[in-house]
Design a protein around this ligand. Structure first.
Ligand code: NAP
Ligand code: MG
Length: 493
């Protein structure tokens, strides 16, 4: 088996550790690839390359927006051409159903395309300022931040990478990218695409390794100007602390425990299906997952019965066979989810369906957990408070709109949320009260490259996607021009 290497300063290079790491297919437990297992020295080399590219050779940074845009369009065309290969790799690596992986690659393609176009848009502002010192012209320009370290999780291997890489490169930064140790394969292909497209050396660097060895070094380096991270809140807190060493710019896309509020007047079958998409899409390994269903009491029994019927019919299997749900990402994640299921039972929630590993036939080799619904939940239960990141949903009930809002906001997270009702004014009132960054009315989970993505509260800092995503990777410089040079008469002697 070929070992996949790091990409540093335009070269594929082995880690100085000479160690390798096995990449596992979570549907079968089989080793599907081996990658070089990097350590601090590799991260240091990558930072040096990015730094030289940004501050010395400056080829990428100084390239005209049009030329940068042309190169990024080449990259997105190649992502599209290699769609089948990339989606297959994401399925093999993360377990997700192939059609979901194909959707991810299409989103990644459109994300690159969006930023390739956006970089040519006008930007900055012109200000009419106080002319106490004589007429002054004041305006702003946007500039790349510099060396950006980027760290991503395993649930959307290529897509989470592209949400960071496309805007950072569009803005003219040099980057050092670290994917999750679990799912590096599609990102390795992306770096090959960047190389083939002719990206100047050092502008984009890839380091394969763990958060402990590589991620921590990146966020604590004095030579990194910005760190952006998608992952758990606990690691986000570590990164915020270490990034303080040189007051790096920080972008954090963290966990969630998002409410899905359903009123009795909602379209019934629609609400059931969206609730399923909310929690069982991508095996529930979605940061914005609608993991807390908060439902009007009068509808609850009927709704839970129907949801359980449909959840029990979900097919679980190897992602390549396009089941409804694939395995969880790893044995560790499977045991974490099973641990929460045990806690739910212990704390008195009522298990309606699922609640165990799925081990029929070949599935026993993989890390499958059945879609799980817990009824009669309360806000003090661990399964309601903590992000589980698996196919586990809790049910709570309300009788008034105020109670629905109170329950929805009873969380330290604030990533997403939804409301289902046919009463338009009520939908808007409830959404206005939700302390969350991404919300839906009568839908759950769709994501758009054009619209900002990010959380309130402990779900993060900053926004990805849209024009916001580009601005995260730019500094704003104020330029003030005195239009009448000469003494202004401030000092009298
Ligand atoms: P994680 O454990 O926080 O890891 C995320 C990334 O950080 C991985 O690449 C990891 O490396 C690295 N890392 C770990 N410790 C680090 C440290 N001390 N310093 C720097 N980097 C470090 O998260 P995960 O389990 O991969 O992903 C699940 C989490 O991601 C969930 O909480 C989910 O909500 C969140 N998520 C959020 C969004 C969003 O947009 N808000 C989107 C997707 C996922 P290794 O694992 O390779 O060692
Ligand atoms: Mg894997």
């Amino acid at each position: 088996m070929d070992v996949k290497f790091n990409y540093i300063n335009g070269q594929w290079v082995e880690s100085v550790s000479k160690q390798t790491r096995d990449i596992i297919n979570p549907a079968t437990g089989e080793i599907i690839a081996q990658v070089t297992d990097s350590i601090k020295e590799d991260a240091k080399h990558a930072i040096e390359a990015a730094k030289a590219s940004f501050y010395e050779t400056r080829e990428w940074r100084d390239m005209s927006a049009q030329d940068r845009s042309d190169l990024l369009y080449k990259v997105c065309a190649e992502i599209d051409r290699q769609r089948d290969k990339l989606s297959r790799l994401d399925t093999l690596d993360s377990g997700k159903p192939l059609r979901e992986a194909e959707g991810d690659i299409d989103d990644a393609y459109h994300c690159f395309q969006f930023y390739a176009g956006l970089i040519k848009m006008p930007y900055g502002g012109v200000y009419d300022v106080n002319d106490g010192f004589g007429p002054t012209h004041s305006y702003t320009v946007k500039e790349p931040v510099g060396v950006c370290a980027q760290i991503t999780p395993w649930n959307y291997p290529l897509l989470m990478a592209v949400w960071k890489i496309a805007p950072a490169l569009a803005a003219g930064n040099s980057i050092v990218f670290k994917p999750s140790e679990e799912t590096p394969l599609s990102v390795i292909v992306l770096f090959d695409i960047l190389d083939q497209a002719g990206l100047p050396k050092g502008a984009a660097n890839l380091v394969l390794g763990t958060g402990k060895n590589v991620g921590q070094y990146l966020s604590s380096s004095m030579d990194v100007d910005m760190v952006t991270f998608t992952g758990s809140t606990a690691v986000g807190q570590e990164i915020a602390k270490t990034a303080a060493c040189n007051i790096k710019k920080v972008g954090l896309e963290l966990g969630g425990k998002s409410p899905n509020i359903i009123f009795a007047d909602a379209d019934f079958e629609g609400a059931v299906e969206w609730a399923m998409i909310g929690i069982f899409f991508n095996q529930g390994e979605v940061c914005s997952a609608g993991s807390r269903i908060i439902i009007e009491k009068s509808l609850k029994d009927k709704f839970v019965k129907r949801l359980a019927e449909r959840a029990n019919n979900i097919t679980l299997g190897n992602g390549l066979d396009n089941p409804d749900m694939g395995p969880l990402i790893s044995e560790r994640q499977m045991y974490k989810v099973l641990h929460y299921i045990a806690l739910g039972k212990e704390e008195g929630a009522n298990l309606v369906c699922g609640g165990e590993r799925y081990i029929d036939g070949d599935r026993a080799k993989g890390f499958f957990v059945k879609p799980t619904i817990f009824d009669d939940c309360t806000s003090d239960m661990s399964i309601v408070k903590d992000e589980i990141f698996g196919p586990v949903v809790t049910i709570q009930t309300f009788e008034t709109e105020e109670e629905a809002v109170r329950l929805a906001n009873e969380t330290r997270y604030g990533l997403a949320g939804a409301v289902f009702t046919t009463d338009g004014a009520r939908a808007l009132r409830v959404i206005k009260e939700l302390r969350a960054g991404i919300t839906w009315i009568n839908a759950y989970n769709p994501t758009y490259n054009e619209a900002p993505w990010g959380g309130y509260k402990m779900s993060g800092v900053g926004r990805e996607l849209g024009i916001y995503g580009l601005d995260e990777y730019r500094e704003t410089k104020q330029i003030n021009i005195n239009l009448t040079p000469g003494p202004v008469g401030w000092y009298t002697h």
